[in-house]
Design a protein around this ligand. Sequence first.
Ligand code: M6R
Length: 365
Amino acid sequence: EKGNYRHFMAKEIHEQPEVLGHTFGHYLDLAQESLRFGAAEGIDFANATRMTIAACGTAYYAGLVARYWFERVAGLPIDIDVASEFRYREAPLTPGQPALFVSQSGETADTLASLRYCRAGGQKIASIVNVASSTIARESDVVLPTLAGPEIGVASTKAFTCQLAVLAALAVHAAHARGRLSEDEVREHVGILAEAPGYVADALRLEAGIERVARDLSHASNALYLGRGTNLPLALEGALKLKEISYIHAEGYAAGELKHGPIALIDEDMPVIVIAPHDAVFEKVASNIQEVAARGGRIILITDERGAEEVGTQSAETIVMPTVPPMIAPIAYAVPLQLLSYHAAVFAGTDVDQPRNLAKSVTVE
Ligand code: M6R
């Protein structure tokens, strides 16, 4: 039921603090400040040399964010691909190595076919699914559920942030198993992860301002999303969300690739959404913002206070987020992107929960 909300998507966006709390509660022992990954013991992270991740759509973008976590925090190299490519790529597999599949429905045909390919190659199969009784869950050695509850809106929102929650906690678990984090450092990370639902609640309070920005955005026919580091997958996710429910053509791009082509598109009619918390790569993104501003591009900047100060707000509409620890920033920054596309779609008058041509679960390839 939609309760007081106009659409399931709005309800699901607003449920995030609660369902993230449930999902983290499942994997974090807050009293002990430790991780609960009994189920993941079947994956030998200590001796793994690589891990494959395959998924589709939004779940794939969650995997792309996780690549940064697994590589940086756990020192584990990640091979990641969209499942529809992975299944036919004939990637050589090392038996015994872990392969991880991310899927809200647990029924996506290409993701399932990729899982079976890795199974045939003798790999250890883990999955992150929202539907515990799904085919992907049944065919996995290790099942790590997201506790997002049923997601009805075709556009994935709460499932995405819950996937990020499980992936972040799993990366910390892997880092500990690989001797990359001490007990104290694990405790510190657990403390940081546990704060994510609170930051998501703070981000939701920015809705009125985001709705104003979305009104203008709803008149655009194209939009560009830019990000660097973990904000690149968020740019891809923001663009996907906008196109699928508002039918505005949107592209996500690595901010550093701007000069290599897409900058040719910049003019007064092109909104450029930049996802740029004041993190380690902020200075680089700030110079990309200047490049867009110099060409008269319409910038919508999603940043924090420090970032807003440094960029100066003359040429940008700015959505000022709370200052979030880098590891959980992708979870918090998903929220303004969801709200932006939701309100743009409402202004555009599209069918938000059941966009044309789309199915919630893609069970044919
Ligand atoms: O059920 P799954 O997570 O496997 O679905 C994957 C994609 O079909 C899904 O994320 C799709 O891209 C959504 N409509 C995105 O909002």
